[in-house]
Structures are given as C-alpha cells and as structure tokens.
Design a binder for this molecule. Structure first.
Ligand code: IVH
Length: 665
C-alpha cells in the first residue's frame, strides 16, 4: 500500500470503528463481537504507527493518552449551565404549570417533554465542526474544570459526530453516569485493595471524571447520556424533542425513556409511573425533569436565579432513613479483611427492611465519629448493603460508646495487621475458619463456579465440622457425608452433588475468578484466561504479567503471592484430581458472530449463565428482552412472555437441543 492508499484505508477503518462504537455504546446494539472489534482497532493502530503523520485527535485510537495533570485548567461556559428548581408533589407541579401559562399569557395546554433525571455528573462538551474539542464540569455554572482528556476515555462520548451540515460550534450538555453493576464491582475491587469505597454511583462517576490521571478514568466504566444543547452556531432547533433526535442522529447516547406530553397531567403520570419502574433501571435516577418542549416558549420564559423557568425537577424521596445503632461487629472477608458492620434497629429503606450497614473501615468510623447507641442516617445505594451516611449528633445522650477496632481477629484470634498506607486491617491467620468459609462461598457463588443450591449455612456447617477445608474439597463430597447434617434430605443432597458435578464444566475465566486471588475480579480473570491455561498462569513471571495492558504491579504481585503459597499447591492438586473439564468448553470461535439471543424458561443441560457464556464465546450476544433485532429466542421449559413476543415479531424460536447444535456445530 502506498501512502495515499494507507491514508484512505485509515479513514475507512476509523469510520467503521466509529460505526461500531455507536452501535455498542450509544445504541446498546452491537453488530460484531469484541474480538472482531479488537481486530479492527489493532489494524488501525498498526497503520497509524506506520504513519504517525496521519494520526488525528478524533481517531478512535486517541481515547487514552493524555498525561496526568497537576491540576485542571478552567473553562468558561459559553452559556451558563443552569440548575433546576425542584417539585416534590403534584400540587407543586400544577403550580409550575400555572406559572408557565401565566408568563406566556395563555390558557392553552402546554406541551412538555419528560426525561429521566440521571444521578451523575453534569458536563458540557464542545464540538467544532463535529470534532470533540473541550469537555468540562459544571463548576459554578459559569466556569468549570477542563476534564477533556478524561472525557475522551468515555466511549459513549463520540470524538467525531456523524452526519452532514454539522454546526460550526456546539455545546452538548448531559450527564456522566456509572451503572450500578459497575459501581458495585469497582467498590468491591477498592475494598479488596484497601481503598475507601465510593458512597454511591454518583460519587464514583464524579470522582472518576475529576481524576488527574486520565489512565485511571479510562479504567472506570462510565457512560454518558446527552440531554440538551447549550450554545449552538448554525442550527436553530424548534423543540427539545427535535434537539434530542439530532443528538441521537449525530451519535450520542440519548436515553429512550422520554415522553412528549400534551399537558402537565400526562407529565405527572409519567413521574408516577417511573417512581415504581426506576428500580428496574441499571442506573440511578433521582427524579424526572419536565421541560417545556417548544424552544420559542423556553426563550419567552427565560430564567431566574440560575434556574430556567421552563423546566422543573420532580424529585423522588431519597432512599435514606434514620435508625439507631445497637452494636458494631467485625466481619472477616475471604482475604482476611476486617470490616466493621453496624447492627441497627430494623428500618425500611426504599422498600426493603435493613438491619445491617457497612461502616467500611476504622478511618471511616473515625471520620464520621460513629458510636454504638448513635442515631444515624443510612442509605441504600444500588443493591449493595446499606451504609451509614452520618450521625445525628443532636440526638446524643452521652451514653454512646466509641468503637475500638480489635487488635485480633474476632473469629480465629490471630493478630490483625494493617499495612502502612492501607485503610483495611486483615486477619493474619492462615487457617482462619471465617476466611475459609468466605473463600468457599465465593468459589461457589453465581459469577464464579455457580454451584446452585448450596447455601451459606451449609458451607458454615461443613467447615465447622471439618468436612471441607478449601473450595476444591467440594468436588469430593459424598452423599453420605451430606446426609449426616440436619435439614439435609436425599433430594437436596442429590441436587447439590449434581450442581457440583455440573460446575466442573465451567469456563476458565470463572475458575480463575473463583480462586479468589486478591485484586483479580471477573474482568482480570477473563484477561488472564485469554492468555494462559492454569499451569501457564501459575508459572508466568511477574514481569510478563505486568506487560499485559490491564495488569499493574499490584495485581501481578498478588497473583505470584497466591501461587507461591503451600495451600494453593494443595488446592491445585485437588482440582487436578477432581478432573475438571474446563478446557473443553473454551476455544473461542466466531460462528455466532453478531447474533443476538434471548434466553427464556429453564434449560436442563446448563444454567442461564453457562448458556450465555457459550453464546459469548462463539461471538454472539445475549440480551434480556426480545426485539426485532433478536436472531434467536432459546425456549426452555416454562418459557415466559418473551416467547409470545418472539412469535409476535416473527423471531426464530429454538429448543435447547437446537441451541446445542448451533453452538457446538
Ligand atoms: S436539564 C437548564 N435534563 O440535574 C436545565 N438536567 O439541577 C438543566 N440532570 O446537575 C439541565 N438529568 O446535570 C437536565 N434529563 C436531564 C437531567 C438533568 C439529570 C441534572 C443536571 C444538573 C441537575 C439540574
């Protein structure tokens, strides 16, 4: 290829990658597998390395690259980033509507658009002729922080817009958000690493964007919902719904849950509907934003004291409650981490009765000055166990007792050790029953080996009675061993043994994750499994591990420490003896390339997660609901409404047998 041809090829690859970025990050509807995508990216990287003169800032390869900063620069917003006035009741909404009508001097119904109010970080993105130039936080509304390099790493933010006739300059407004599942994963990793957990997804999103090192932001899973246009030179929109459509057309992720309402009554109905439905969202919202749809009317309404008069936020009650701390206990995790937990008077928060809340670690307790007997505000963030937000000091009687972190493990009595610079103290006992139990529970858990039917209480009992000492012992359990315990009948024992047997066919990433190596979460386990088998991983040199992009010195060291332990050796020998057939299921292929599956009903040969893993390995994708983009619906026994929907849309429905043929063919 000569220089000219290479340039053309580079442009073509970029267009292709942008298209797939959009399908994946904005539309949530990819056409190709991750492996195929990586291939495109590697080709582009190769060509750009050959011809650095063709590298442009809007190339998909240029997402991570900025150097760590000392501090952020300032950005002056071309139009102020306003905030919203709140309404907490139907009356307040009606009053808002009346005010709007009064200013517009009309008695006619006002058309509104309702949108979810995302609980993240507001940002502004400047595009010049369709190319992303500057990204900034809201700051005081007039001036914000320049977080451009961090925002470049957010894949839902297009570096180049699609379409013709793009405005010369345009500021896009929206919210950076972290999904609850990603938030929980991040916090788990942080707790394991002895770093303080984030209080909620919003703090995690904000903390990740306001990071001085873009490489750190790049590792955090963030997304971006565009919800408005600020300054814009070149296009005049006549309504908010038109602006949203434009944002969608040019490549932004625009949330589909919006509605055009003919009057305030319909807007209120939308608010009520989402108050219940919001639990089903993968991210947090704290209310609904109601906006006057017509831009002309918006202009006429204007703004007062930093809030527009054409919009209002209908806020949902916070998922916070007050209760009293009866005791503070210390829990031992599988890596020996000692976590103080508040035992509280039971209280209902967001529809769930809770009586425990995490206090994270000693420093957190000091910082918040939490004492036994205190009245506290607790909150639920996502699915995680609730946490103590703050103490209501006015309620103190003087009888409250400060908490002392014990110097010894409350379970095995070994010394607790808190390394310098870490927030978490750990039990040093190698044979600590609490650690053993937690390790086995982790091994059997859903995202690890997914051994169905074993409850935490079983594992506690089996460890206490010396039946099992490490996770691999599960594979040698016999029915007569199990039947010795109370509340264990024939049927349950058979089911458990069958589930253990089935787990032997797990895929390698799950096994690596299940081993519970510190700092090795699901993602890192996948990265490792794509390069090594178990033996290879065991023998990999620390330096070699560190050369893998996602793996830093801390993870590499932790892997080496794990495999150096005598206990690991014994564990691996037992695994070998148990004859797991993990390798058989693995080899990745792309025979289901780009195919979308929906699973419904119970399958007899494998769990849903296993079926999903098979599909993913073959390049396919699993989604939760049936749409016209679905290629196959796999129907097990007792299929649900998804089957009806598939029939209605004319999507192919296949049986478990047909599915097996398809993946194994
Ligand atoms: S419109 C002038 N739309 O809510 C209108 N804001 O107090 C300003 N927010 O921090 C924003 N979802 O980031 C708008 N669909 C949405 C929103 C939204 C969340 C946030 C916004 C700001 C706060 C407004």
């Amino acid at each position: 290829m000569n220089k000219e041809e290479t340039k053309k090829q580079i442009e073509k690859l970029r267009e292709e990658i942008r298209h797939h970025d959009r399908r994946y990050y904005a539309d949530d509807n990819p056409e190709i597998s991750d492996a195929q995508y990586d291939k495109l990216m590697r080709r582009l990287q190769g060509l750009e390395a050959q011809y650095p003169c063709f590298v442009t800032p809007d190339s998909p390869t240029q997402r991570v690259g900025g150097k760590p900063l000392e501090k952020f620069g300032e950005v002056r917003h071309r139009t102020t980033m306003l905030s919203l006035a709140n309404a907490f009741s139907a009356e307040e909404l009606t009053a808002f509507d009346a005010r709007v009508k009064k200013i517009l001097e009309t008695e006619k119904d006002i058309e509104y658009i309702t949108e979810l109010k995302f609980d993240g970080l507001a940002i502004s993105l400047t595009y010049e002729k369709g190319v992303f130039r500057v990204g900034s936080t809201r700051g005081d509304g007039v001036t914000g922080e320049d977080v451009t390099n961090n925002l470049r790493t957010v894949r839902a933010i297009p570096l180049k817009l699609q379409g013709k006739g793009l405005p010369a300059v345009m500021d896009v407004r929206g919210e950076v958000v972290m999904f609850e599942s990603d938030f929980e994963k991040l916090n788990k990793e942080r707790e394991e690493a002895g770093e303080p957990a984030f209080a909620n997804p919003r703090n995690a999103a904000a903390g990740s964007v306001r990071q001085l090192d873009p490489a750190v932001t790049a590792r955090r899973k963030l997304t971006f919902f565009a919800y408005g246009i600020g300054f814009c030179e070149g296009i005049d929109f006549s309504s908010q719904h038109e602006a949203l459509q434009f944002l969608k057309d040019t490549g932004f992720r625009v949330n589909p849950n919006t509605a055009r309402c003919r009057n305030i009554g319909e807007a209120l109905e939308f608010c009520r509907r989402w108050e219940k439905k919001r639990e089903s969202l993968a991210y947090e919202i704290d209310g609904i934003v109601i906006k006057v749809d017509s831009i002309e009317q918006q202009r006429a309404l204007g703004e007062v004291s930093k809030s527009p008069r054409w919009a209002i936020a209908f806020k949902y009650p916070a998922e916070q409650e007050t209760t009293k701390i009866k005791d503070i206990i210390v829990q031992v995790g599988r890596t020996g981490a000692l976590t103080p937990v508040a035992i509280m008077e039971p209280v209902e928060v967001g529809g769930v009765v809770v009586e425990r809340a995490t206090l994270h670690n000693e420093d957190e307790i000091r910082k918040k000055d939490v004492r036994v007997g205190d009245t506290v505000v607790i909150q639920r963030a996502g699915e995680v166990i609730p946490e103590v937000v703050k103490v209501i000091k006015e309620k103190r009687t003087g009888k409250e007792r400060p908490f002392e972190m014990p110097g010894k493990c409350p379970v095995c009595g070994s010394d607790a050790f808190r390394p310098e610079g870490e927030a978490v103290a750990r039990c040093t006992g190698i044979a600590c029953p609490a650690q053993i139990k937690e390790r086995i529970k982790h091994f059997a858990s859903r995202n690890a080996m997914n051994i169905d039917g074993i409850g935490d209480a079983h594992i506690d009992e089996w460890v206490d009675n010396g039946l099992i000492k490490d996770p691999a012992d599960l594979f040698f359990l016999k029915k007569e061993d199990l039947l010795k315990f109370e509340r264990m009948g024939e049927k349950l024992a058979s089911n458990i043994l069958e589930a253990i047997r089935r787990s032997k066919a797990a895929v390698l990433p799950r096994l690596i994750y299940a081993m519970g190596i510190r700092h090795v979460g699901e993602h890192i386990a996948e990265v490792l499994a794509s390069r090594y088998n178990l033996e290879g991983l065991k023998n990999a040199a620390e330096e070699e591990l560190q050369n893998i992009r996602e793996i830093g010195p801390q993870i590499a060291e932790s892997i080496k420490i794990f495999f150096r332990q005598k206990e690991t050796d014994e564990f691996l020998k037992k695994l070998e003896k148990a004859k797991l057939n993990i390798e058989h299921v693995r080899p990745a292929s792309d025979k289901l390339q780009g195919k979308q599956f929906v699973l419904t009903g119970a399958l007899s040969g494998f769990s849903r997660d296993e079926a999903a893993a098979l599909i993913k390995q073959a390049g396919g994708r699993v989604t939760s609901s049936v749409s016209k983009n679905t290629d196959y619906v796999v129907a097990g026994t007792d299929p649900g409404s998804k089957l009806d929907k598939a029939k209605k849309l004319g999507v192919a429905v296949i049986s478990e047998q047909e599915f097996i043929k398809l993946v194994k063919k």
